[in-house]
Write a protein that binds this ligand. Structure first.
Ligand code: NAD
Ligand code: KPL
Length: 295
């Protein structure tokens, strides 16, 4: 049995894709566990189906827990339920950006805490409908020492979904690679209130992107010893912005819906790390503040 904490877009995607009967949502503390989570599922290809996922029942012992809350909710969400689970139950964090994974790993170093980086895409255009909007790859790797021996098991269990899952020895490095893309696209789309491709012609983007990429290049080198030139980072950001030109980024969508964004775990994480390491990050700081003012 796989338990999922966070019945939002990504949690419901896993709920729908994992074999029926082998998956359950984890209730928040005090939330009744009698009901189920019901929704229509529109797969990437093929017809829609109706999905019904039960809640984990008291006494159930999941073999793996997926945490699919937003980055800002994750530490509290895990803290609320973790004591019901055995000390050796692997806990796999799916948050974008960086900072929330390290916070969970630091709080429970004795537990197998893993992190995933995924390029799968899911959204809920209406409340009872989950859309698998894009297929991709998911990498899974350890955040704590006890997690190292659990990577294989987590990969094998997740692969029963039919999605592409890979083990990753250096998951923080891979999360950095995704953070670069999100840091170079998401805040601009939120501030300019435009789809991904439209940022490329905007004066705000054009006047700051080179300095942003310089900051990201310096911080990534300092944090995980990956050397990539600012020009190479800009090229990757722009390639993704062109490939997803018509998309509304997750950050713009959060602002449009009046939800808290994940800016503190993307550009905000870079700015905070810059302060700790004595590296100036004026553009990451400016983008963080401007996005914070939107919500
Ligand atoms: P979402 O807002 O749709 O879902 C988060 C869910 O967590 C919500 O249903 C919320 O009610 C629930 N939640 C909040 N606090 C909780 C708590 N204490 N206990 C239980 N549930 C709680 O967000 P999402 O799009 O599913 O994204 C989740 C994470 O996955 C984010 O970090 C996001 O960046 C990342 N991610 C999402 C996608 C995607 O396609 N949706 C892709 C890659 C990564
Ligand atoms: O991951 C994304 C997001 O919106 O968070 C990108 C790659 C920018 C695609 O929209």
């Amino acid at each position: 049995m796989i338990g999922i904490l966070g019945a939002g877009s990504l949690g419901r995607l896993w709920g729908a894709m994992l074999p029926a009967g082998g998956v359950a949502f984890i209730a928040r503390p005090g939330e009744p566990t009698g009901a189920s989570v019901d929704y229509r599922f529109r797969p990437f290809e093929g017809p829609e189906s109706q999905v019904r996922i039960p809640f984990l029942q008291p006494g159930d012992e999941p073999e793996l827990i997926l945490v699919t809350t937003k980055a800002g909710d994750t530490l509290d969400a895990v803290a609320g339920v973790i004591n019901q689970f055995a000390i050796d139950t692997p806990i796999l964090l799916f948050q974008n950006g960086l900072g929330s994974q390290q916070a969970v790993a630091k709080r429970w170093p004795e537990r197998p805490i893993l992190a995933a980086s995924t390029t799968e895409g899911a959204n809920r255009p209406e409340s009872g409908l989950l859309v698998h909007a894009g297929t991709g790859d998911t990498w899974v790797g350890p955040m704590t020492s006890p997690a190292k021996v659990t990577v294989r098991k987590a990969v094998t269990m997740l692969a029963t979904s039919g999605m592409k899952i890979h083990p990753e020895t250096d998951i923080v490095q891979r999360l950095w690679q995704k953070l670069i893309i999100n840091a170079g696209i998401n805040p601009y789309t939120a501030i300019l209130d435009c789809p991904n491709g439209k940022i490329l012609d905007a004066p705000l983007y054009q006047s700051t992107i080179d300095q942003l990429c310089l900051e990201l290049s310096q911080l990534m080198d300092a944090a995980v010893r990956i050397r990539q030139t600012p020009d190479a980072l800009r090229e990757r950001i722009e390639q993704v912005a062109r490939n997803t030109a018509g998309n509304t980024s997750s950050m713009r969508a959060d602002v449009q819906r009046g939800r808290q964004t994940e800016i503190d775990f993307i550009n905000g994480y870079v700015a905070k790390l810059g302060k700790e390491l004595g590296i100036e990050t004026p553009v990451n700081q400016m983008l963080t503040e401007r996005v914070q003012q939107l919500s």
